[in-house]
Design a protein around this ligand. Sequence first.
Ligand SMILES: NC(=O)c1ccc[n+]([C@@H]2O[C@H](COP(=O)([O-])OP(=O)(O)OC[C@H]3O[C@@H](n4cnc5c(N)ncnc54)[C@H](O)[C@@H]3O)[C@@H](O)[C@H]2O)c1
Length: 270
Amino acid sequence: MQGLLDGKIAIVTGAGSGVGRAACLVFAQHGAKVAAADVDGANAERTATLVREAGGEAIGVACDVGDETAVEALVARTVAAFGRLDVMYNNAGITILPKPGQGLRRFVDTDQAEIDRIYRVNVTGVINGCKSAIRQFERQAAADPGDPKGVIVNTASVAGLIGYGGTAYGSSKGAVTILTRTLAIELAEQGIRINSVCPAGMPTNFIPGMGENEAAKASMGQAHPLGRYVDPADCAHAALFLASDLASNITGVNLPVDGGLSAGVQVRKR
Ligand SMILES: NC(=O)c1ccc[n+]([C@@H]2O[C@H](COP(=O)([O-])OP(=O)(O)OC[C@H]3O[C@@H](n4cnc5c(N)ncnc54)[C@H](O)[C@@H]3O)[C@@H](O)[C@H]2O)c1
């Protein structure tokens, strides 16, 4: 079977866990060579090892996406290892956790330092990833104008599409969805595509302990019209589609992967 990313070189950020790890495995299964990047270098290396054990090619790279110099170095390291860059998947993201015994933090009670911390990863991290990838795509186009064009995929959130969950987090993801649309228009002339996946609730390490809490997972599933929570692999498959030539005429899209959560308000049958 032909892979959807045969011969492509991909960077995945936030690759040490959850969606990022799933995406590295799925991209590699579809023929991509992968740079698995995470602020936690040991987990990035672990993901690269899992890809290699599954028969793929990967390197693990320690990289804080909030640091522009580190992201430039990530791209340089990837190009040194694999020769070029085709797909940049800006997936790393963080949230504000509720204090023990409390629900979602009220916006007015959220310290500016916490908002800055979230924006640094969720917004600046995506900006850094986009800029460094575009610079590399432009170098490749300058060397060979007929070269395949690069693709960017971001992980936003259903919280970047509708009011859902915490305001600080949702507003950071709203920045990603509008960045995706606006940058798509700017990059279209160069043939570079950019899209986002917008997942709803996933029981990853994003909310510590969630993966092992069966009751919480069941309740998370029930919150989605299709009746199940989002699996990191659901998100990875959506990212695979957007990164592949199957989506060659798709740009500026924020694709919900949310079991229908953002489709509208559920009206229950009596
Ligand atoms: N889990 C959910 O319910 C959910 C819902 C909607 C959207 N998302 C988004 O999905 C994406 C992936 O989340 P996940 O559920 O896999 O979470 P996760 O916590 O399992 O994985 C996120 C990874 O990002 C890494 N990371 C954190 N800060 C970083 C930084 N500065 N630089 C590089 N890497 C960094 C972490 O070390 C971790 O390995 C995030 O953007 C998140 O906002 C998650």
